[in-house]
Each structure stands twice: as structure tokens, then as C-alpha cells.
Design a protein around this ligand. Structure first.
Ligand code: SF4
Ligand code: MSK
Length: 639
């Protein structure tokens, strides 16, 4: 693996881990080589015990499984189950947020409150809940109960899907993919893909789009919108990123996973006098909370808590020798953490009943006891501070400043000026050719790519070509570590047109919109741009594209599929596991566009990938008959 593109702190910690004989994700990745070609290309199936079956891609062995299923069925079922897994993960997160909202409404002693009443009112409006003469808690209870129905609705349409542009809703109805309840769609995917049910690859993918839509416009959107009610709507704020945010003279608590419910309380309590005194009694100057993965993004967005690192840095944060405690909630948590923490003084604690690890301390989190649990965990961290092994401490100082906390609302406030929030200036900047288009670059980091190379090269290439970038998840953390979330980054990396916009409104050229579930904010931004007018009637008309240049999770497949089904050209580096099926590959990367206006693209070279996205943006500009670019940019004729 080439680590020369990686941030300096990671480079140092990868070498330190090797020196100390600590096995990391890159070592385990190497140990898995060569990885199974049948799995990579979608040509294995173990959906029943007549199998496992595999199909020979070279046509010399069997061309069907024992039941007669062919390569197209194998691969389509595989993708559909990935979509179901990812949708379930996001949506179960969303369900937890609904439960917290209900608890706030019913429990006067709840540690949580309704932080943003305006957002509560706007969500009540979406669900047709009368707000006149009602206390916020009464509205919150009605909202939580209707939100529960979004999960279990067997008939009709997901209500949140009514927020999509009219033309998109019509297309979903015409194509039979308007989502119903989230649980219904996920269950139906699991049914259709079991042995001897759906054997038509297009029909399987059609339903996987419906499932993914129930995530993007349902489970994920509920998670985002209700978290905004409970924890506050993010507003742009400053913070910093990378392992340098850990402090040698303070107790360091790392919060890792995806759900902010407990971490928000820990971050809040960590600065209290009571906690400071406890820390001082152990010789520390205070308690420092920093985040990993999307829990990090959640509490960065609303509290400015610094980002310690991305998915691939979860082990490296422990290798610094100054991580006194890491708590993990759900998703993207490597089971290897147990072994890595055993090599250092770090306490590892699981907190969700959904995600335990054999042999690892579990402190069960119940929202009604949030403060008690948070205090217990902080105290464990403080008590562990004196146990640091001085010989193991070698903390990198590297960190970068960042601006984060953008939302669909704050984009319009920034761009619309002081007195009126509107998307008009953004639309006009695109129409006039000052900005070429917009790209959402999101998602994981993966040891199968040179660490961070794809993220950084792709984003820089887009900026250079006057494409404004919105980001979430681990791409956002990577961009932050490389200084791309600073307003000055526009002058270093953006084309002239984009620079002008960033200078005028004082924003970075890459806008951090939050965590994985906050990809729903990108759907809202795209819808607002359509509704503002002048750029077509549907999301698929927009000069916009999406990418996940180092994807690894099933959640990334769910996100990609709901963007495609919402009309977005969506590029990933390594292909979906479909290369063993020519028909499915052709459908996902070409023909699906005729059905839903979006399509998948696979390109491992990040600069070529950026060019493919830009060509798509240019195609849409041409179709809309927009003006030529204000500052002419040309791409290589062919990559
Ligand atoms: Fe084999 Fe068909 Fe069973 Fe899959 S479902 S394991 S292809 S027999
Ligand atoms: S944390 S899903 S590695 S973005 Fe959301 Fe990062 Fe991907 Fe996990």
C-alpha cells in the first residue's frame, strides 16, 4: 500500500504500529490476498444448502447453481441484499432517534430536550400535524408516533417521499418504486432474494431501488431531521481534525460509531466543573472528547467537538498511546479494536445492545439514564489516565482547521444573503456558468485503495473544474484533514468561478453536511435547487453527480442506489459485485438511466472518475441550454 497520500499523523501511526507489532487493517487486508474472485464478481451464492454454488466466469465450469439460478440472478440478489443491509442500518439508527423523541415527549426528567422548535414545526407540517395551541412536547409525541408508522406502513406511500420534486414522485409511481414503509421494503427484498423466488435481475434491482428509497427519503431522512430537533440544527462552526486533536495532558475520550445520543451527553458533561475536578485529582488538566467516523461528524456538526479521525484511523488513534477510553455505539466498528486496545492502556467500552464484543466491557446505554451512564463512562476514562505507559506515548501533533456544520437551510442562508435565504444565487451561479455544477463526494475509506488518494485527488480535480463539492461521512473527515474544509482552500484549489463564489460568501469550496444518514441533506439540497427553478423539473435534470471514491460498506450501496433512483449519476471506485453478469453490469451502468434518470459508474482512477462526473455535468448543462462556462475549462478528450 502506498501511504504517501495519507495525512502525516496516519503515516506516523502506521509506522509506529508496525514497530510495536500491532496488527492493523492494512496487515489483515494483505493477509486476505488474493481475495475470492467469485465473491468479488458476484458469482457465488449461499442462499440455501443445495449450495454453496459458484459460476465459472470463463464459461468452463457450471453456468448455473444447483437450483438453476444464473449469473444475473446471483449478482442481482447480492446487490439487493447489500442494499437491504445498508438500508436497515441507517433506518435502525433512525428508529432509535424516533424513540428518543418519544421519550422526550413522555418523560419530564429526560436528559434530552427539543432544541429546535422551528424544525419540530416544519416536520409537523410535513406530517399534517396541527400545531396551533399545542405544547412542543404534545407535537413531538404525535410526530414520533407518525414517524413510527413510516417504518411499518404496509400500504400507501412513505410520507417523507412527498418532499421529493413532483416529477420525481410521478416517475416513482409510474415505475412502481414509490417506497412504502421501510420495514416492508427491507423484508420484501429478503423474501425476493431467498432461494427460488425472484430470478429476474431487473425485477430484483427494481425492488432494491424501492428499498433504497425507503432509506434515503425515509430512515436516513428521519434520523437527520429528528436529530436536528433533538440536538439542534447545525450552523457553520470552526473546529479541527486529525489525531493531533488528542491532548497529552488531558483525559482523552474517543467516541466512535454513528449515533450521537450518548456521545452528545458525554461531550456536554466533559466540560463541567465536577468532571474537571475529578480529572485534576488524577493529574490531568481536563477531559478532551474527540470523535471517530460518523459519531464524530454528528457531534462536530452541532458542538464543534474535534474529529480525531476517519474509519481507517480507529486503530491508529489507540496507537498514539494517549487514548484513555474509546466508546463505540454502532456501525463501522472494527472487531479488531479489542486486540489493539489490549496492546495499550486504552479502555474499550461497547454501549449499544445491538453491538457487543466478546470479552469487551459493556456499559448498557438507556436514554432515560443518559447522564448517569455518561458520568460512569467519563469516570472510567479519568481513572484510566494514570495508567498510561509513557514509553508508548508518541502522539502526532498534526491537525487542520476546518469549517463544518452546513445544512440544506444554511446553504441557502449563506448564499441568499443577510435578509433572505434562497437558493436563487446558487442556481444563478450555475446558470451563468460561474459554477459548472455540484458534486456530492461521500463515504468510506477502504484499505483496498492507496489510503486517502482517491478522496483527495477526486475532490481537488472537481474543485479545479469549478464544481462545488458537498461531503459527508469519512470523505468529509479526509477532506478536513487535508485542509479542504477551510475557506482559503478555494484560493488554492478551486477554479476561478468557484473561487469568486467562495470569496463573496466566505465559504469553503467543500461543504461538510454531516454523517452517513445526512446524505439525506444532499437529497434536500438537490430538491431545493430544482424547486428554485431554472435548472429543469427533476433531480435528473441537474448538472450534478455523486461519488464514493473509497466505498466499503453495505450502507454505501444503499446510499448509491437511492441516489441513482433519485436521478443522480453515481460513481464508485471498485465495481459493485456484478462484474460476473454482463447483463446486470450493462443495466446498472447504462440502461437503468432510461428508467430512473440516474445510473452507476465504476472507475478506480480518481482523476478519471472526476472527469466522468464533469462530463455528465456538462451533458446536463448542454441539455438545459445553459450559458457557456464563465471561465472556460477543458477536459482531456478521452481519459
Ligand atoms: Fe445454489 Fe440456488 Fe441455493 Fe444459491 S439458491 S446456493 S444458487 S442452489
Ligand atoms: S463512518 S459507512 S466508513 S463513511 Fe459513516 Fe465512514 Fe463509511 Fe462508516
Amino acid at each position: 500500500m502506498d501511504i504517501s497520500f495519507a495525512d502525516k499523523a496516519s503515516q506516523k501511526m502506521i509506522l509506529k504500529a508496525a514497530d510495536e507489532n500491532i496488527e492493523t487493517v492494512w496487515d489483515r487486508y494483505e493477509a486476505q490476498q488474493p481475495q475470492c474472485g467469485f465473491g468479488t464478481t458476484g458469482l457465488c451464492c449461499r442462499h440455501c444448502t443445495m449450495g454453496p454454488c459458484r459460476i465459472d466466469p470463463f464459461g468452463e465450469g457450471p453456468s448455473v447453481g444447483v437450483c438453476g439460478a444464473n449469473a444475473d440472478t446471483f449478482a442481482a440478489r447480492h446487490v439487493a441484499r447489500m442494499v437491504a443491509g445498508g438500508s436497515a442500518a441507517h433506518s435502525d439508527h433512525g428508529l432509535g432517534v424516533v424513540e428518543t423523541l418519544l421519550a422526550i415527549a413522555e418523560d419530564d426528567n429526560s436528559a434530552y430536550e427539543i432544541k429546535n422548535v422551528d424544525k419540530l414545526y416544519s416536520m409537523a407540517k410535513v406530517y399534517d400535524i396541527e400545531i396551533k395551541n399545542k405544547e412542543p412536547k404534545v407535537i413531538a409525541k404525535e410526530l414520533a408516533n407518525i414517524a413510527f408508522e413510516e417504518f411499518g406502513r404496509q400500504r400507501g406511500e412513505l410520507i417523507l417521499a412527498s418532499l421529493a420534486p413532483e416529477a420525481r414522485q410521478k416517475l416513482w409511481r409510474d415505475k412502481g418504486i414509490m417506497p412504502r414503509g421501510i420495514y416492508r421494503e427491507v423484508v420484501e427484498t429478503m423474501h425476493r432474494t431467498t432461494m427460488g423466488v425472484d430470478a429476474d435481475y431487473k425485477n430484483i434491482i427494481k425492488h432494491s431501488m424501492r428499498t433504497a428509497l425507503s432509506d434515503g427519503w425515509g430512515g436516513s431522512m428521519l434520523a437527520t431531521e429528528l436529530q436536528d430537533i433533538i440536538f439542534g440544527v447545525p450552523t457553520p462552526l470552526k473546529s479541527s481534525a486529525n489525531l493531533g486533536v488528542l491532548k497529552e495532558d488531558e483525559v482523552n475520550i474517543l467516541v466512535h460509531g454513528h449515533e450521537p445520543t450518548l456521545s452528545d451527553i458525554i461531550a456536554d458533561l466533559s466540560t463541567s466543573d465536577e468532571i474537571n475536578k475529578l480529572a485534576e485529582a488524577k493529574g490531568a488538566k481536563g477531559v478532551n472528547v474527540a470523535g471517530i467516523c460518523c459519531t464524530a461528524n454528528e457531534i462536530l456538526m452541532r458542538r464543534g467537538v474535534p474529529l480525531a479521525g476517519s474509519f481507517l484511523q480507529q486503530e491508529l488513534a489507540i496507537v498514539t498511546g494517549v487514548a484513555d477510553l474509546m466508546i463505540v455505539d454502532v456501525q463501522c466498528i472494527m472487531p479488531s479494536l479489542k486486540k489493539v486496545t489490549e496492546g495499550y492502556h486504552t479502555e474499550l467500552i461497547t454501549t449499544s445492545h445491538h453491538a457487543k464484543m466478546d470479552g469487551v466491557k459493556h456499559v448498557a446505554f438507556h436514554p432515560e439514564e443518559a447522564v448517569k451512564t455518561a458520568k460512569e463512562i467519563i469516570t472510567i476514562a479519568i481513572d484510566n489516565y494514570p495508567n498510561r505507559n509513557k514509553e508508548q506515548i508518541d502522539k502526532p501533533d498534526d491537525q487542520e482547521r476546518l469549517v463544518a456544520g452546513f445544512t440544506a437551510d444554511s446553504i441557502s442562508k449563506f448564499l441568499g444573503g443577510k435578509y433572505r435565504s434562497t437558493y436563487r444565487p446558487l442556481n444563478d451561479a450555475i446558470i451563468s456558468g460561474r459554477i459548472r455544477g455540484a458534486a456530492g463526494v461521500v463515504g468510506c475509506s477502504n484499505p483496498n485503495s492507496d489510503y486517502e488518494k482517491n478522496h483527495i485527488l477526486m475532490v481537488k480535480e472537481l474543485l479545479k473544474n469549478d464544481v462545488i463539492v458537498v461531503t459527508t461521512g469519512c470523505n468529509a473527515i479526509t477532506c478536513a484533514k487535508h485542509g479542504l474544509l477551510q475557506p482559503e482552500a478555494a484560493f488554492k484549489y478551486a477554479g476561478e468561478g468557484l473561487q469568486e463564489i467562495c470569496r463573496t460568501v466566505g465559504i469553503p469550496p467543500v461543504l461538510h453536511l454531516g454523517s452517513c444518514v445526512d446524505n439525506s441533506r444532499i437529497l434536500t439540497v438537490l430538491t431545493n435547487v430544482v424547486n428554485e427553478g431554472g435548472l429543469g423539473n427533476d433531480i435528473s435534470d441537474l448538472p450534478a453527480a455523486g461519488a464514493a471514491p473509497e466505498w466499503m460498506s453495505e450502507k454505501a450501496v444503499a446510499i448509491g442506489m437511492y441516489f441513482v433512483a433519485s436521478g443522480v449519476y453515481t460513481l464508485i471506485d471498485h465495481p459493485l459485485p456484478v462484474m460476473g453478469s454482463k447483463k446486470l453490469h450493462q443495466y446498472l451502468t447504462e440502461d437503468i438511466e432510461q428508467d430512473v434518470g440516474g445510473k452507476w459508474a465504476f472507475q478506480e482512477d480518481p482523476v478519471k472518475g472526476a472527469h466522468m462526473m464533469i462530463r455528465h455535468i456538462d451533458k446536463k448543462r448542454k441539455a438545459l441550454k445553459l450559458k457557456p462556462l464563465m471561465y472556460e475549462q477543458s477536459l482531456p478528450v478521452e481519459d
